[in-house]
Design a protein around this ligand. Sequence first.
Ligand code: FE
Length: 193
Amino acid sequence: MTILESDSDRLLAAVRALLEQKGLVSTPEVRKQIAITDAANPGQGARMVAKAWVDPFYRDLLLEDGTRAAEALGIRMRGMPPLGVLENTPELHHLVVCTLCSCYPRAVLGYPPLWYKSAGYRARAIRDPRALLASEWKTVVPESVRLRVVDSTADYRWMVLPLRPAGTEDWDEHRLAATVRAGDMIGVTIPEV
Ligand code: FE
C-alpha cells in the first residue's frame, strides 16, 4: 500500500478483483467500457437531435425509446442505463438535473460539465429553475411556457429534444447537428443559429 492510494482506489481495486475472480467481468472488458465512455461526446446527441428534426419516423423512435434511437445511429448503449428523451414544444420546456449526484446521459453527451455536478445547480434547478436559467445562461423561459424539471437517476437518464431553431428549414442534418450543444440537450440553453 502506498500513501498515494486513497480508500476509493483500494475499494475499486478490490471490487474489480472480486468481479474478475467470479468471472463476471474481465480487465479487458473494463478497459473497453472505459474507452467507450471516454469517447462519448455531445456530437453524438447532436446527431440524434438533428436527425429527429428532419426525419419524423426517427423522431417518433427517439421519443419512444432513446436507447434504440441511439443504437440506430451506431452509438453503443450496452451496459448503459436506459435513455429517455423529452421533447420541448412552444408551450413546454424541459430541464434535466440529477438532484442526488451527477447522473447524466454520458453515452450520448460524454462526461457531465462541472456545473452539472455542483450543489448550486442541483438545488436551484429545483427551487427556481426559471431564475437559474436566466441568471446563469441568459436563457429566458417566458412565464407562458411551462417549465418541467426532470430528475435523471442511476436507473434512467434523460436528454432533451430541443425545438428546431427558426430559419433552418432548408438546412441539412449535418449542418443542423453542428448547431446543437450539450446544454441544449439538458435544457439550460436553446439552440442558436
Ligand atoms: Fe446522479
